[in-house]
Ligand binder design. Structure first.
Ligand SMILES: Cc1cc2nc3c(=O)[nH]c(=O)nc-3n(C[C@H](O)[C@H](O)[C@H](O)COP(=O)(O)OP(=O)(O)OC[C@H]3O[C@@H](n4cnc5c(N)ncnc54)[C@H](O)[C@@H]3O)c2cc1C
Length: 388
């Protein structure tokens, strides 16, 4: 009997006991500790440090870090569930946890030397937020056209340049930074460096004022003769492109989780509101037109959830998942946009004001089609697969 046989094929949405326990505890946490802060965090464009500390205490900031390094010793799927549950309440908190786990910690676990793991994983599990710095003003979709340079100096490299759009930059103390050690070598010059907030020549710059996920910080990073010891190179010099590609392939599933959580949150609000709001003498949920709209949204959410869970389970099983990750990201981000738009419509005038939660989720949904590879880039990946 192989693992492909029906006997072992569990339905995608059936969670193992440990997965269900984690999902429930994060759900409870999100309702108790995140929900009361959502509006204030959106208005002030900030996640309070006390909430970040609570996320560490909950264990969701170091999901896959082995217990020997002080982490939760969990799985990739656990991280996906945590991001989904937090995003159901606030996608800004969802992305903070997502970048920490699916990009930064993931990269350190896969490419970190024992020395790097020993120095950084216990901190990432206990109180250090990480950020992932690839994009620049001139290199977004064309990420490997980056120009931040790393010049050999003494026992390390000196970094110069600027990064743009870096999530978690205000909260982070550790930055995974991609720079080129040889511009003439193209992508083969790209190298991944670990930069600490306090390193000389490194500063966090302007914070963006955004449409959605406003509480999640997005900032510029500035490197002016920033010396990084070679012991802080992640993986080998010139191999940073591989680290970037492979972590982003997995990170995309985390964004899928953020988007399905967001869509589920919006649908939940829409169901509750339409059962309560009365027009023409009855609840608006009693109108068949409204019921069909809610049913369509449920179809969308189910399809996106299956796509995200399938990609996550494939990754977990060590199977190829590149196309499935692209599919899950494009589908879930489109679903999030559609479902939140419907939720705004069903709230009527109340959908358009900040006293109700759905206008924020509508704004938050848009980012899913932009970061970690725009929808056009996901389509390119899928097309490459089907055209051979
Ligand atoms: C809130 C936020 C948080 C972010 N967080 C991070 C982070 O933590 N770390 C990080 O490194 N980056 C981050 N980014 C950057 C993000 O990944 C980029 O914005 C994204 O990859 C798109 O790049 P760009 O903005 O330069 O757009 P462009 O690449 O200029 O794209 C503009 C448009 O052109 C289209 N396009 C481009 N090339 C093609 C093509 N070949 N075929 C078809 N269409 C194409 C795109 O689909 C898009 O519609 C973040 C961005 C935002 C807005």
């Amino acid at each position: 009997m192989t693992e492909d046989t029906a006997e072992h094929a569990l339905p995608l949405t059936i969670l193992a006991e440990d997965e269900a326990i984690l999902r429930d505890s994060v759900r409870e946490f999100a309702d108790a500790h995140v929900r009361p802060l959502v509006r204030e965090m959106d208005e002030h464009a900030k996640i309070p440090r006390e909430l970040v500390n609570r996320l560490f205490e909950l264990g969701v900031m170091g999901v896959e870090i082995p217990e020997t390094y002080g982490g939760s010793g969990g799985t990739f799927f656990h991280a996906v569930l945590a991001v989904e549950e937090l995003s159901r309440v606030d996608p800004s908190v969802g992305v903070l946890v997502d970048v920490q786990n699916t990009l930064v910690i993931n990269a350190l676990l896969r490419w970190g030397s024992e020395d790097i793991k020993r120095r950084y994983l216990p901190r990432l599990a206990s109180n250090v937020v990480g950020a992932y710095a690839l994009s620049e003003a001139g290199s977004g979709s064309d990420a490997f056209a980056l120009t931040t340079s790393a010049r050999r100096d003494r026992e390390g490299f000196v970094l110069n340049g600027r990064k743009l759009w870096i999530t978690n930059a205000n909260e982070a103390d550790l930055f995974l930074v991609f720079a080129t050690i040889d511009p003439a070598a193209g992508y083969r010059g790209i190298t991944a460096f670990l930069v600490e907030r306090g390193f000389d020549g490194f500063a966090v710059g302007k914070k963006e004022d955004k449409l959605g996920i406003r509480a999640s910080s997005t900032c510029e990073l500035i490197f002016e003769d920033c010396y990084v010891h070679e012991g802080n190179i992640l993986g080998a010099p010139g191999k940073g492109y591989k680290t970037a590609i492979e972590t982003l392939n997995e990170g995309r599933i985390g964004i899928g989780a953020q988007m399905i959580g967001l869509a589920k949150g919006a649908l939940q609000h829409a169901v509750a509101y339409t059962k309560e709001r009365k027009q023409f003498g009855k609840a608006i949920a009693d109108f068949q037109a409204v019921q069909h709209q809610l049913a369509r949204a449920a179809v969308d959410v189910e399809a996106a959830t299956l796509a995200v869970y399938n990609a996550a389970r494939l990754r977990e099983a060590g199977r190829p998942f590149l196309t499935e990750a692209a599919i899950c990201k494009i589908l879930s981000s489109e679903v999030a946009e559609r479902v939140t738009s419907l939720a705004v419509n069903l709230f009527g005038g109340n959908g358009f004001v900040k006293d109700y939660p759905v206008e924020k989720l509508y704004r938050d949904a848009k980012i899913g089609q932009i970061y970690e590879g725009t929808s056009n880039l996901q389509l390119q990946t899928i097309a490459k697969q089907i055209l051979g």
